[in-house]
Design a protein around this ligand. Structure first.
Ligand SMILES: [Zn+2]
Ligand SMILES: [Zn+2]
Length: 435
């Protein structure tokens, strides 16, 4: 009976319902993230990411919750949800090993807590390099890892805000995403600059890069038992089996080490990096938990303060000169000044957005109003431009007997025009009725 049911299921789910889009950078530190893959897969079908989600839902006979938003799930992570989506996409695209675009291979040895980046970040130089090489810009998996704040290739900090509109969370927070272009203003996310990273930040990014590059070729899933045995071995070799001494060495409370070694708890990524940094092991070596391969000599690679500065030292409370800040805000509100957002102004004045509203409420509100008007104007202009482009393309496409869809639009416009398109779906709908 069960077998019959499975066979029916197999018949109902057409293989290769989705295009077999090849993932980018597999087996390298620059491996693509599942978030990026999902967006590119949707683009390859000329549908929005949301619509792709519902196509998968139908193909797998799932029932997604009402109001389901594709970008609210962490596709690149190590949760059960990420696992389900990876299995579904592998099945429907016939592309194997899509788990290597996520942190799933490490789910038994790295705690889920703290493994996810808290906001969408990226290296503008990586995106600019993709574009300059004529390749497809894509998001790297390492950018979605919680402890990573730098690009080990460019040795610069990752950024969170669009260089054009200054908004955060516009990397993929939309139903329709072209990786590399802001979902809010359409600006190229690789256009901005970024600060140099510290050597500790680069080291962390390098360790994660090395880890992500081996996950494709793992012959078996790393096990927690082997990892904990490895840590036990380190405690023995370095601190005569005294876990409290080992805890001091890695700068964590001894309860943490006790939790792993006595209760079988899974260490967090930051704790694993602490161990690697104080033993000279690489993160992939440590995770593999195979002490026979480990070197005899141990090295302190980075001092812990520089690796995790926020844990040791809280930044001293800043004292702000509010008279001066209010004057600067007033200058920004001058009609001749370039319009900026409140968050951008807060950033440039080195204060929090909330503080601005508390201590310079009137100025901040005027600024917010100006910014909204400015954005509405830009958006109207951009929609006008989009409509013009579609009006220009439509007769050409119709003359060839083709339907106007995103694929045709992409084929007919320059990359620069493409990045500036706004409201394509709504306008297409007017033309075709089923965008
Ligand atoms: Zn980079
Ligand atoms: Zn933007």
């Amino acid at each position: 009976m069960k077998r019959q049911q499975n066979m029916n299921e197999e018949l109902l789910i057409p293989r290769s319902l989705l295009n077999p889009v090849a993932p980018i950078g597999v087996g390298t530190p620059e491996v693509e993230s599942m978030v990026s893959y999902f967006c590119r897969l949707a683009l390859s079908h000329c549908i929005s990411a949301t619509k792709l989600g519902h196509t998968v839902e139908r193909g797998m006979q799932w029932r997604l919750p009402d109001g389901w938003r594709w970008h609210a799930i962490n596709l690149s992570g190590m949760s059960d949800t990420a696992h389900d989506w990876v299995c579904a996409l592998s099945k429907l695209t016939s592309v194997e090993n899509l788990a290597s675009l996520t942190l799933l291979p490490w789910r038994d040895v790295i705690a889920e807590q703290g493994a996810r980046a808290t906001s969408a970040q990226w290296c503008p130089h990586c995106l600019a390099d993709d574009r300059a090489a004529g390749a497809t810009p894509y998001f790297r998996l390492s950018w979605d890892v919680g402890v990573v704040s730098a690009c080990s290739k460019h040795k610069t900090r990752l950024v969170h805000a669009c260089p054009d509109c200054g908004r955060a969370n516009t990397r993929h927070n939309s139903i329709y995403v072209v990786p590399g272009w802001c979902t809010s203003c359409g600006g190229f996310l690789g256009a901005g600059d970024s600060e140099p990273a510290t050597s500790a930040e680069i080291w962390i990014a390098g360790q994660l890069g090395a880890t992500l590059s081996v996950q494709y070729s793992l012959t078996s899933r790393p096990s927690l038992a082997a990892l904990l045995d490895g840590i036990r071995e380190l405690v023995q070799r370095l601190d005569d089996g005294k876990s409290a001494k080992f805890a001091r060495r890695i700068g964590l409370p001894k309860t943490n080490v006790h939790y792993w070694l006595s209760e079988g708890g899974t260490p967090r990524l930051s704790a694993l990096l602490r161990i690697a940094s104080q033993t000279g092991l690489t993160l992939p070596q440590l995770l593999a938990g195979n002490p026979t391969d480990w070197p005899d000599a141990y090295a302190n690679i980075h001092d812990l303060d520089s690796l995790f500065p926020e844990v040791k030292k809280r930044a001293p409370r800043k004292v702000h000169d509010w008279d001066r800040i209010r004057a600067q805000l007033a200058a920004l509100n001058d009609s001749s000044a370039v319009v900026v957002s409140v968050s951008e102004a807060a950033r440039s004045l080195d204060v929090g957005v909330r503080q601005l509203y508390v201590h310079a409420n009137e100025e901040a509100r005027v600024l917010a109003l100006r910014w909204n008007q400015h954005r509405q104007q830009l958006s109207a202009e951009s929609r006008k431009k989009t409509r013009k482009i579609i009006e220009r393309i439509y007769p050409e496409v119709a003359a060839k007997g083709k339907t106007l869809n995103l694929r045709e639009i992409i084929a007919h416009v320059s990359k620069e025009d493409l990045s500036g398109l706004t409201g394509v779906y709504d306008i297409l709908q007017e033309y075709t009725g089923n965008a």
